[in-house]
Ligand binder design. Structure first.
Ligand code: NAI
Ligand code: MG
Length: 354
């Protein structure tokens, strides 16, 4: 069947790295006649905002709803406040399409120069971040503003249902991908209401998966553990805020933002899922051909994996790793001097060879 993919390149380096991801998808299509896709491009970005006063058309979400997946670049422009670009484009997509799982694989690729890696041993784990509730809520407010009595309250929303579904996703993921343990990132020793419910629900779900071990770590200790023993990590289930922070830490462990992919998943498949690099629009290097396209290409691989084409996803991963291992076509962030297109095309060449 033909997959329908909505492509949103966004701003800055977004379109530059998206270009390379599209080259990769096209070569896979040429290589494998069983893989068919149709991509529609939507230029909903900061430029669009400056012209229309909104980040996407009024019926934007209705348009996206009909696609099998959304491949997203990055958004953000110095001329538009960041909270507008994030809250009027990315957040509505995540919320409306019930993308309550944010999945971030952290894998050390062969050949990434040592100065960018802080561990000799292999690293291959995944962070399953709750993406719909938790600490990132609109609930709360401020009183006595501007006075020295001022108080701000920010509520964390942890629900039994929301925690159960993210926990179940983490255990299912562990089972499907051959991991033996799930780590619960918590802070129930200090955050006694919300995090205690979180722990209880996760322990309950864990009891349905006797083959998979549950470990519990307080977030502060886990942060240290990330740095000292990342090779022993497997699947980590974390709340929205904790997962956000751990994700960037994880990315830093294996070579940085230029290679870190992510997926916003609606596991039921009722709505499209969205795949995007962890990085933003990088205005400091935009337009210079310096952006590393791996994060975007790897995100496309996560998309194929979620569309049931694990085979194609693994071809992409192999090709990426060939390129990092050879080390001749690396972008500046990895110590090389190749351009975005040179690296992307080298990945395409490797795919052809596989
Ligand atoms: P950023 O991720 O855009 O850049 C941080 C640093 O990493 C910069 O020095 C940049 O040059 C470098 N970098 C990022 N991606 C790279 C790549 N592929 N190759 C090589 N180097 C790369 O984060 P920053 O600077 O905090 O934010 C810039 C804009 O992006 C802001 O408007 C922000 O709101 C937005 N943003 C958007 C996100 C999204 O679309 N999901 C996520 C994060 C930030
Ligand atoms: Mg983040």
């Amino acid at each position: 069947r033909e997959f329908r993919i909505a492509v949103l390149p966004g701003d800055g380096i977004g379109p530059e790295v998206m270009n390379e991801a599209l080259k990769v998808l096209r070569i896979l299509k040429d290589k494998d006649y069983t893989f068919q896709f149709h991509a529609d491009m939507f230029l909903w970005n900061s430029e669009y905002y400056l012209q229309h006063g909104r980040m996407m058309p009024e019926n934007g979400l209705d348009i996206l709803k009909n696609y099998d997946a959304i491949l997203f670049g990055a958004i953000g422009d110095p001329r538009v406040p960041d909270d507008i670009s994030v809250w009027e484009l990315i957040m509505p997509i995540r919320k409306r399409f019930c993308q309550y799982v944010n999945l971030r694989p952290v894998k050390k690729l062969k050949g990434i120069p040592e100065q960018f890696i802080h561990q000799e041993r292999p690293i291959n784990f995944v962070i399953v971040r709750e993406n719909a509730e938790g600490e990132y809520s609109n609930s709360g407010g401020r009183i006595y503003q501007g006075t020295d009595q001022e108080i701000a309250v920010q509520n964390t929303i942890i629900t039994r249902k929301g925690t159960e579904r993210i926990a179940r996703y983490a255990f299912q993921y562990a089972k499907k991908h051959g991991y033996q343990k799930v780590i619960n990132a918590t802070k129930s020793n200090a955050v006694v209401h919300s995090m205690k419910l979180w722990d209880e629900v996760i322990e309950h779900v864990a009891s349905e998966y006797p083959d998979i071990q549950l470990e519990k770590y307080y977030i502060d200790a886990l942060a240290a553990y990330f740095v000292q023993r990342p090779d022993t990590l497997q699947v980590i289930v974390a709340s929205n805020l904790f997962g956000d922070i751990l994700s960037d830490l994880g990315s830093a462990l294996v070579g940085g933002l230029g290679i870190s992919p992510s997926a916003n998943i609606n596991p039921e498949g009722v709505f499209p899922s969205m795949f995007e690099p962890v990085h933003g629009s990088a205005p400091d290097i935009a337009g210079k051909g310096k952006a590393n396209p791996i994060a975007q290409i790897w995100s496309a691989a996560l998309m194929l994996q979620s569309l049931g084409r694990e085979d194609l996803a693994s071809i992409i991963l192999k090709a990426i790793e060939k390129v990092t291992e050879h080390g001749e076509k690396l972008t500046e962030d990895l110590g090389g001097n190749s351009t975005t297109a040179e690296m992307g095309e080298e990945i395409v060449r490797q795919i052809v060879k596989i």
